[in-house]
Design a protein around this ligand. Structure first.
Ligand code: HEC
Ligand code: HEC
Ligand code: HEC
Ligand code: HEC
Length: 313
């Protein structure tokens, strides 16, 4: 082989080797600098500070030896792997009630007792991308057309209604108000839920599970997600779905949120007993298609969206 060619090949090999080394270095750096490791380290340090070396030496030592590790909850029944607790590591630790996110204790500790983290995980109530281990990937903010954004604060009750059909039993004020609005505004004139109602618009019985790809997000003003589609569609169906026979109703923001929470809770999924709340004997959800005295359609409903203040979600 000619010397010049040989030299070129050697240079190529050296360059390739160097590139590989740099890539390996970057990979290594990224691995040791994962976001969640930083939060776990922060947790460890804060916990050591709170415990104090002298007060409980054994416990202190155990915390001091904690190594960063991926934490996850596997729920086979609905096939999710939730790694939210990798960052929200102290979600059940009352010592962190005043901490900043993601270390802050859950605002409703009793809710986590009723729905133990190791059995329910987080995404069944919060949505989001359970497998992800980054802030961005967990979908704290809507990712373009991403099907599983974190549920916004105002719509959290839609998740409760996903399992709890007796809204009164859990004092879910928004679901109660939303269901009443649905009835009062005669939505059933055009929509069916569980076989009751008209067929001008889509059947809403499984609306919670309807894939976000079915919604055209291009006419939205705010974030491009299914949940925001529902909100903006109620505010102005003509803008969001041009040509729709559905018209706008003059509703307050609270009422829109209540109605959206209600329709976003509707599903036909059946969980096993373990995940299905008991119902009072003979309980049947109220019908939503009964004909009421004609209300003034198109004007603000009399229903108070925040009538019951027990559960302020
Ligand atoms: C990489 C670490 C990380 C992971 C993984 C993570 N979070 Fe967070 N989370 C954060 C941080 C950081 C904040 C605080 C953000 C801020 O201050 O705005 C936060 C805030 C939140 C909030 C408060 C509301 C908000 O959006 O600011 C909720 C609710 C939440 N996370 C739920 C979840 C759920 C559910 C999951 C799993 C799907 C999850 N998080 C996974 C880091 C994480
Ligand atoms: C049974 C349903 C349920 C489960 C399970 C659940 N949460 Fe929550 N979570 C709620 C509700 C309801 C709120 C209150 C939302 C609000 O502020 O209006 C909340 C609030 C939060 C907040 C504070 C949001 C804020 O803006 O201050 C964080 C963070 C959070 N949850 C994280 C988690 C994580 C992490 C898990 C899993 C370990 C989890 N939650 C499991 C229902 C649940
Ligand atoms: C995956 C289904 C599921 C979701 C989502 C869910 N729950 Fe539950 N919840 C249960 C089950 C199962 C129980 C156990 C009680 C039982 O067996 O009846 C329970 C218990 C409770 C209890 C205790 C009182 C009782 O009826 O036994 C309350 C209160 C409650 N849930 C409220 C909520 C609220 C509020 C939300 C939304 C933030 C929510 N739940 C979301 C399934 C769920
Ligand atoms: C005049 C008939 C009519 C009335 C009344 C009506 N809708 Fe609709 N609705 C439609 C039609 C048609 C569509 C499909 C076109 C669109 O997206 O607007 C629709 C779409 C929807 C969707 C999206 C469904 C999906 O699967 O894409 C929801 C949710 C909805 N309506 C809820 C309601 C609620 C809640 C009310 C009562 C406040 C209501 N509608 C009143 C006709 C109606």
């Amino acid at each position: 082989m000619e010397k010049a060619v040989l030299r070129k090949l050697t240079t190529l090999c050296v360059v390739c080797g160097l590139v590989c080394l740099v890539l390996l270095g970057v990979a290594g750096f990224r691995d040791t600098n994962r976001e969640w490791k930083y939060y776990q380290e922060d947790y460890r340090e804060k916990l050591m500070g709170k415990l104090g070396r002298d007060k409980n030496p054994a416990m202190y030592q155990r915390v001091a030896e904690m190594k960063p590790e991926l934490k996850q909850v596997v729920v086979t029944e609905w096939q999710t792997v939730d790694r939210c607790v990798t960052c929200h590591i102290s979600i059940e630790d009352p010592l962190f009630a005043q901490a900043g996110q993601p270390l802050k204790t859950h605002p409703y500790p009793e809710l986590l007792k009723q729905h133990p983290v190791e059995r329910f995980g987080c995404t069944i109530c919060h949505g989001g991308q359970g497998l992800a281990t980054t802030y961005y990937g967990s979908s704290h903010e809507p990712i373009h057309n991403w099907p599983v954004t974190l549920v916004t604060k105002g719509l959290m009750q839609s998740r409760c209604g996903y399992c709890h059909k007796d809204f009164e039993a859990i004092k879910a004020d928004k679901l109660i108000a939303g269901r009443a609005l649905y009835q009062e505004l005669h939505c059933a004139g055009c929509h069916q839920i569980n076989g009751q109602g008209g067929a001008v618009g889509p059947d809403l019985s499984s609306f919670a599970d309807k894939d976000p790809s079915n919604f055209s997000l291009e006419n939205l003003k705010g974030s491009r997600s299914k949940q925001n589609w529902v909100i903006e569609h109620f505010q102005d169906p003509q803008r969001v779905s041009p040509g729709s026979p559905m018209r706008g109703y003059a509703m307050s923001d609270k009422q829109v949120e209540a109605l959206a929470s209600y329709v976003l809770s509707l599903n036909q999924r059946e969980f096993t007993r373990k995940y299905t709340p008991k119902l009072r004997a003979g309980y049947l959800p109220p019908r939503v298609d009964t004909v009421l005295p004609e209300p003034e359609l198109g004007t603000t409903s009399k229903v108070e969206a925040d009538g019951n203040r027990d559960l302020r979600l």
